[in-house]
Design a protein around this ligand. Structure first.
Ligand code: PMP
Length: 332
């Protein structure tokens, strides 16, 4: 199987940047309670492998504010809460408080002199050498916070999606509500299949054969002006972008529905889009080879993008509690 299938869409290539933080990395990384030089953040080779099975993580974005003076971390506390929820379900112990981790993220951005849109990844993995196959319950984790520059923006040309033959993992086996690295095995297989078949991204059905989510994003559709997204018990991550989008759209007066969604509803959608921290609002212009709407971003998708970006760039006077400012140029 070729892993070198060319990406036909700029959107797909853009998201690929998530996988390549740069060979050299930033100057600093936060690990186990303090900032450390990137080059010193090493680990014994025996501490990977089984230890990674129970590792949990978050993906957070900091946006350069409109005035250029601050980076605005978006819903930092909500992400750190979700990290704790993931750890609780996986029964591993994070030895840092939410406030300590929030401070770690802010300190890291300052130390790395982040001055543009930045992706922040905190993760927690059981410390020490795990030689058993099963990481014991209550295993204490080491926490690392990494960051790298990340491009943002609306990709009006969108992407082409396909329903995967791989089903989404389920709450009864490997809960998708957890943001665990091991869960991404599922999305990865679906992504490889989608690319092999000439699409950009997969949409996975759940064990009830209804729509769940993408490989790293939620999915929503618009039909007759109503915005519909699979409910939180459809086999999805409790996405922060999804909750943001539902809030913003409801405030705009759109009717929003969270409910089970059938595959064939995707085929009748006027608009279809992915939602996620990295993906932001990404229009889907074709699904299973069927054109969605006019084959370009639709009006609700465009409006949502405007609302989302005005919020994350600090242009809105609403939901200010969702933004944690970090002054650009303030060094630790
Ligand atoms: N589903 C999956 C499987 C994801 O990996 C992500 C990205 N974190 C999302 C949904 C979107 O979640 P969020 O909006 O919190 O980034």
């Amino acid at each position: 199987m070729s892993s070198a299938t060319p990406l036909r869409h700029e959107a797909a290539a853009h998201l690929g940047s998530l996988a390549t933080p740069g060979a050299d990395g930033p100057e600093w990384i936060w690990r186990g309670g303090r900032l450390r030089p990137w080059s010193e953040a090493t680990i014994h080779v025996n501490a990977v492998g089984h230890a990674s099975v129970a590792a949990v993580f978050e993906g957070i974005k900091a946006y350069l504010a409109e005035d250029g003076e601050n980076l605005l971390l978006f819903r930092l506390e909500d992400h750190l809460d979700r990290l704790r929820h993931s750890a609780r379900i996986c029964r591993v112990e994070i030895p840092h408080s939410r406030d300590e981790l929030a401070e770690a993220v802010v300190d890291l951005l300052k130390a790395n002199r982040a001055a543009g849109d930045t992706y922040v990844r905190p993760w927690a993995f059981p410390e020490g050498l795990i030689r058993e196959q099963m990481v014991p319950a209550g295993a204490r984790c080491e926490v690392v916070v990494d960051s790298w520059p990340f491009r943002s923006g609306f990709r009006r040309e969108g992407c082409r999606a396909a329903v995967s033959s791989w089903l989404r993992i389920t709450d009864a086996s490997t809960p998708p509500r957890v943001k665990a690295f091991s869960n991404y095995h599922n999305g990865r297989l679906a992504l490889i299949e989608a690319r092999e078949n000439g699409h950009d991204w997969p949409i996975l059905l759940n064990d009830r054969h209804q729509v769940s989510e993408g490989a790293g994003a939620c999915v929503a559709l618009v039909r007759d002006g109503v915005v519909i997204t699979p409910s939180l018990s459809s086999g999805v991550l409790e996405s922060i972008t999804r909750s943001t989008a539902l809030t913003l759209l409801a405030e705009e007066g759109y009717e929003v529905e969270e409910r089970p969604v059938d595959r064939t509803e995707l085929y009748l959608a006027d608009e279809l889009f992915f939602l996620g921290t990295a993906w932001e609002v990404l229009p889907i212009t074709a699904v299973d080879g069927l054109r969605v709407g006019e084959g370009v971003a639709g009006p609700v998708t465009e409006r949502l993008y405007e609302l989302y970006f005005s919020l994350v760039r600090g242009r809105s006077d609403r939901h200010l509690g969702w933004l944690t400012p970090v002054p650009v140029g303030a060094h630790v």
